[in-house]
Design a protein around this ligand. Structure first.
Ligand code: PLP
Length: 350
């Protein structure tokens, strides 16, 4: 049967009715890849849930198909979000698909080029503010409270509903939930959604167990780990450069109920995992996504998985082409030579 998008597939788990207009780009159904390199290194089967393969290149499409469908059902004419980039790219695309006006507030200078390009080409009204994500989100909350504009950040409960379908797919593919689930944590909506999804599938007896949730923040943007708001969060992983997560409490609940942990990884650890995924597995992700893999490598070094059996799933949240500058800057540039056969052969080393 052809794939018609995640609302169609998981309708009975979602707050939609026959009257809900389904706005879809056929998101979801993303690859779950067995990583040979990581499995050998850690001694458990490590799977990569490659959500960068969604239509706009990040998992945000899962939540956005729900949020935009419900906004259209409600009859609003405009939606708004604050964004480190991917939420605005997704909101802009789904809004374009159904003729909604889309307004996005972004932190000036801290948006990866690919994401900015997406919001602009889909004709969103893009406004950069001289402040960070947390400041932008507070402005959006106030405006959407006072005007007939729908908020489509992950505070919108329909976003979480759509995003919980990723664990459904994982359980369907593996025939059960994994033992561990590793995930980057920024505003903490996604870890909240995964935990909700895993619990619902087990309640419905579609899986037999719950994974331990392993969340990872960037070292200088780790409010949950440090147990305090970070006023000026820093990291190359701009998608998780967040100092005051909106879903803080539900993220710590996921950690505690599952018997997992939330830890932090440095930018160097993130960059190393980013390169490992590209070189060893052929999977190009944006730096924030690599935090889930950096995290399990760090835990492995500390002996966390010793004596454990079974599997780990790592969510890879976004595509590497979102942030091409970083890729080019972090690798040695190609050398330039004369266009002559002998010189080229010599350079290749034949
Ligand atoms: C949004 C995003 C995150 C963070 O997800 P939260 O739900 O905010 O925790 C991580 N990686 C990428 C690529 C993202 O777009």
């Amino acid at each position: 049967m052809s794939w018609k998008g995640l609302i169609h597939k998981y309708k009975k788990f979602l707050p939609v009715t026959d009257k809900t207009p389904i706005i879809t780009l056929q998101e979801g159904n993303t690859p779950l890849l067995l990583s040979r390199y990581l499995s050998e290194k850690i001694g458990l089967d490590v799977y990569l849930k490659y959500d960068g393969a969604n239509p706009t290149g990040s998992f945000k499409d899962r939540g956005m198909t729900m949020a935009i469908s419900k906004a259209v059902e409600k009859g609003v004419k405009a939606v708004m979000c604050a964004s480190t980039g991917n939420t605005s790219a997704s909101a802009a695309a789904f809004s374009a698909r159904c003729g909604l006006k889309c307004i996005v507030l972004i932190p000036e200078g801290n948006i990866a080029l690919g994401k900015l390009a997406q919001a602009m080409i889909h004709n969103a009204q893009v406004i950069a503010i001289k402040g960070n994500f947390d400041v932008a989100l507070n402005l959006v909350k106030t405006i959407t409270d006072e005007y007939p504009i729908e908020l489509v950040n992950s505070l919108n409960p329909f976003r979480i509903e759509g995003q919980k379908t990723a664990p459904f797919e994982i359980c369907d593919f593996l025939s059960d939930a994994p033992i561990f689930h590793s995930i980057p944590v920024g505003n903490a909506g996604n870890i909240t959604a995964y935990w909700k999804g895993y619990k619902e599938y087990k309640d419905k007896k579609l899986s037999t167990r719950l994974p331990k949730m392993l969340g990872f923040q960037a070292a200088k943007s780790a409010p949950i780990v440090d147990e305090k708001i970070i006023e000026n969060p820093e990291t190359i992983a701009t998608a998780i450069r967040i100092g005051n997560p909106a879903s803080w409490e539900t993220a710590t609940a996921a950690r505690d109920e599952s018997g997992g942990l939330i830890d932090k990884v440095t930018d160097d650890e993130i960059l190393l995992a980013y390169k490992i995924l590209a070189r060893e597995e052929g999977v190009f992700v944006e730096p924030a996504s690599a935090a889930s893999v950096a995290g399990i490598l760090k835990l492995n070094e500390a002996g966390y998985f010793k004596g454990q059996k079974g599997n780990i799933v790592c969510t890879l949240t976004g595509h590497g082409l979102k942030d091409p500058n970083l890729a080019v800057e972090s690798i040695q540039k190609p050398i330039v030579i004369e266009p002559d056969l002998k010189t080229v052969i010599k350079e290749i080393g034949l």
